[in-house]
Write a protein that binds this ligand. Structure first.
Ligand SMILES: [Zn+2]
Length: 213
């Protein structure tokens, strides 16, 4: 059986992790092409990948900046969660309006059937909190989770539009229930393991909840 492979490209000023994911080279996913479209395009070509779709973990500008460029370069659709559509269409909500060229993304609805059609074996996890429509992509070995959690006990910001700290706490708890050896691949910074991070995160969630009351 083929296994999903993942290649990380660090892009933009905020050093966003753009992930190329594939089990077959002719149906690769480009996850969070946040900036530096040409650099991403070069990597796709040098790995001999044929992209099938762009998938966005959430709508913040640093994760979507090169999405239209990549979608056009390879004539592929962009997918995101239904609860993220509003942010993707609103440059003030996705913050692109404040940092440079306003970005508007016309994304298609991401759901289980879409992943099936794309021939990718991934489970879709709804992980709201950092934004309303944040999602994770779960494999038997890894979780790509956008800005929900970071290695070293970091958790996503909840001071931005459409964020909700209660939802974020629930989403983190959902992640903590995954098997010990799942590799966490966040939207910024290095990777980690569930087991390694669980203790730190439990402490973090506790502090987050204490802050709320
Ligand atoms: Zn974000």
């Amino acid at each position: 059986m083929l296994r999903n492979q993942v290649h990380r490209i660090i892009v933009g000023e905020l050093e966003t992790n753009c992930y190329l994911l594939w089990d077959r080279r002719d149906s690769a996913l480009i996850i969070d092409p946040g900036a530096e479209g040409e650099k991403i395009e070069d990597e796709i070509i040098s790995l001999a990948l044929e992209p099938a779709a762009v998938i966005l973990t959430h709508g913040h500008y640093d994760h979507i900046g090169a999405a239209n460029f990549i979608a056009e370069a390879f004539s592929i659709p962009i997918f995101a969660d239904e609860d993220e559509m509003e942010m993707l269409k609103n440059p003030e909500k996705n913050f692109s309006a404040f940092v440079g060229e306003p970005v508007v993304i016309n994304a298609n609805l991401l759901n289980r059937d879409v992943l099936k059609k794309l021939n990718i074996h991934l489970r879709l996890m709804k992980l709201p909190g950092h934004t309303r429509g944040s999602i994770g992509l779960l494999d038997e070995k890894f979780l790509i989770c956008g800005d929900v959690v970071f290695a070293g006990g970091g958790i996503g910001r909840t001071d931005l539009p459409d964020a909700n700290p209660y939802d974020l706490a629930d989403s983190i708890e959902k992640i903590l229930q995954l098997p010990d050896d799942i590799v966490i691949m966040p939207g910024h910074g290095g990777r980690s393991y569930i087991k390694k991070e669980r203790e730190i995160w439990q402490q973090g969630v506790k502090m987050l909840r204490e802050d709320l009351f």
